[in-house]
Every structure is written in C-alpha cells, then in structure tokens.
Design a protein around this ligand. Structure first.
Ligand code: GDP
Ligand code: MG
Length: 213
C-alpha cells in the first residue's frame, strides 16, 4: 500500500477545508472548523492501485506567511513541519481576494526554497484558484493564476468548492499521480517509516485531533 501525504496551504478563508472536504466527501458544507489543525485519512484507489492518503489541513496563518526575524523559533518550526513532511501540496487562494493570491505566491516560493536541497525532481504542487462562483467580484484573472503556476511548474485549476466536485476531484487525482511518480523516481517510499511516522509527528506538534472520512 502506498502512503501519500499532502498538505493544504493558503490564506485563512481561502477555502482549503472546503476544497478538501469536497474532494473527500463530494459535499460542500459551508462552514468548517477553523480553529484546529486536522489530519484527514482516506483509502482510495487510483489507476488500480490502493493508496493510503493523509492530508494535513492547517488552521493557522502561521503556514501562510514567510518566517520573519521576529518570529519565535516555535512558529518557524510549525511553519517548516508540513513543508518537510508532505509529498505534495495543494496551494489555495481565492479568486476574489488578491491578498490570498500574493500569499499563495509566497507559499510557492517557500516550498521551493525548503525543497531545493532535499528534492531532486520537482515537488508536486497544484495551485487552486477557489471560489470561481464569485467571479463577479474577481480580483485575480485566470491568466495570472495560470502563469504563476507555469513559473512554478505546478498544476493549476480554478474551482468552486461550493458548486463543483469534478474539477476538484480531477485535480487531486492528477496531483496524486504526480506524487506517485515522484516517489517511484526517488525510490525512498520508506523515508518516514518507523519512528518518524508523520502521523505521530503531527500529533506531537499539532495535538491529537484526527479525522477519518
Ligand atoms: P480555510 O480557512 O482556507 O479552510 O477556508 P474554509 O474552507 O473554512 O472557507 C472559508 C469560507 O469560504 C467559508 O465560509 C466557506 O463556506 C467559504 N467558501 C469556501 N469555498 C467556497 C467557494 O467555492 N465559493 C464560495 N462562494 N464560498 C466558499
Ligand atoms: Mg480550514
């Protein structure tokens, strides 16, 4: 069984939880717990292969801002943890909120930076422009999103967690395929085996809350 670890990153309110819950359950609920970090588990099958998917959905803005000199060691550590742990990333912004787009840009730069030395190939990432249904108050054009994704060699899709399941599902599937390909190339699927199990690490760092869907 392959273990696939994804982390969602993006501004608070961008719709990270909504996008993830849509993928995992096909539903849109509207309001999501926003004060806890959650680790979701799901078994799924892609291209006939059984996968054990773990997705880290953080609540905190600590994940969204670049570390600055005045930040404590602790918050730096929290920022770096998912960057280190995940095999792939879903970076979410809101098309009607330019700040969230700029934030996504920062996050992409941080992911690249943190992986520069450890990762030979590209890090699988998808950039998601969420809340496409709010296009009447759009602040980020689709073209801007696409070119940011191209610069960073990541997948890109505008979606609406509120209105559409298929785009989100297809996007996650593509990302997971990329991750599987990467893991195969690196041939080190057991990196985090044994005592370094990330579920444990995350529990230690972020508390015990875990969800199964
Ligand atoms: P997170 O902080 O990034 O996890 O964001 P949430 O998933 O909690 O979503 C923040 C708010 O945006 C919630 O009120 C959601 O109902 C809303 N939301 C999420 N996705 C969409 C969407 O696609 N369209 C619209 N109109 N609202 C959305
Ligand atoms: Mg959330």
């Amino acid at each position: 069984m392959n273990d696939i670890k994804l982390a969602l990153l993006g501004s608070e309110g961008a719709g990270k939880s909504a996008v993830l819950v849509r993928f995992l359950t096909k539903r849109f609920i509207g309001e999501y717990a926003s004060n806890t970090n959650s680790l979701y588990h799901k078994r799924l099958s892609i291209d006939g292969r059984q996968l054990n998917l773990e997705v880290f959905d953080p609540c905190s803005q600590d994940f969204c801002v670049p570390p600055t000199p005045w930040q404590s060691e602790e918050s730096r550590c929290i920022l770096e943890e998912p960057l280190d742990w995940a095999d792939g990333f879903v970076v979410v912004y809101t098309i009607s909120d330019r700040t969230s787009f700029l934030n996504a840009k920062n996050i992409l730069a941080q992911i690249k930076e943190s992986r520069r030395e450890t990762c030979k190939g590209e890090v699988p990432i998808c950039l998601v422009g969420n809340k496409q249904d709010l296009c009447h108050s759009r602040q980020v054009s689709e073209e801007e999103g696409r070119s940011l994704a191209q610069e960073n060699k990541c997948l890109f899709q505008e979606v609406s967690a509120a209105e559409n399941y298929l785009d989100i599902s297809n996007l996650f599937t593509k990302l997971i395929r990329n991750v599987m390909e990467q893991l195969k190339q690196r041939g080190d699927r057991r990196r985090y085996s044994g005592s370094k199990s990330m579920a444990k690490l995350i529990n230690n760092v972020f508390g015990k809350r875990r969800k199964s869907v």
